[in-house]
Design a protein around this ligand. Sequence first.
Ligand SMILES: [Zn+2]
Length: 337
Amino acid sequence: MNSPSSNDDLDRLRALPKAEVHLHLEGCFEPSVIEQWAKSEGVVLPRPREDLLKFSGLADFLGFLDLACGLASTRERLAELSYGLSRRLAESGTGYADVIINPTHWHSWQGRLREMLDAIDAGFTAAEQDGLPAVGLCISLLRTQSADAAIELVSSLVSLRYPRVVALSVDGNEATAGRTGPRFAEAFRRAGDAGLRRTVHAGESSGPEGVWDAIDLLGADRIDHGVRAIEDASLLATLAERAIPLGICPTSNIALGVYPSIQEHPIERLRAAGVLVSVNTDDPALLSTSLVREYQLCRSTFGWSDEITKAVARTSIESSFATDDVKSKLLDALTGW
Ligand SMILES: [Zn+2]
């Protein structure tokens, strides 16, 4: 990892023009920031800072998420968190990101969607003014929400028409929520009619059937994860033919036990089957990874050449919900890499 050649590779990968399309604001809490916020609120952390992200299981992880989102209760803190995410993007040489945010996690902002978006927007706007990368927001439903709650969120988004909001998303555990495609079909239809793009977590905690529902019922422009499509040849053909891209997060899939090791991860088999794939981090702070590390991991495991690396970076840019202007600048820069 620390040999001179791998450091050269990291520097080259940092210089690779690319976008990130599968990244959660909730996955960008830095332990030092959480410690500082907790201290000023008189909140005792469950364990010391250096062990804060060593989760003992899903319940422990969700408990941490509750604590962290609860501490981000002011406009200043939410802006600070957003700015920190932009700095993280710049450190990996990421030119643009679609950032997912799920309002159900942010208890202190319930019923105040506009104020919450204003606080997040303030952080990203300040970052862009300081030369950090541009960001679009994908507002996410939770898998366990009702059809009515989903439609209510979409109605709010449609009436707000918030410029930074580019897409409707859905995330959460499909293994516990069961099949929810039919429940959210109407909300996604309305979002599409209103000009929002659509991105859907599927084929991670669900099998190929979750990806089929994302395509057939939710009109997904992009699938978050989608890795278990590898189990269904006709789904692979459909994804390839219709050029529906997958936003894949290798380290996240290993950490959550979807695959036992990176060697068994299907990203290369999906790519070789003609499916458009991009490399992403999901929850970089919580998983202690970065976008350049994820690219390096794929290159060292699957022997990706520079040409393949460029093709994956191209997919990341083309499958993002960035403006045409941002996309064409990044694509031009990619040609010269
Ligand atoms: Zn995710």
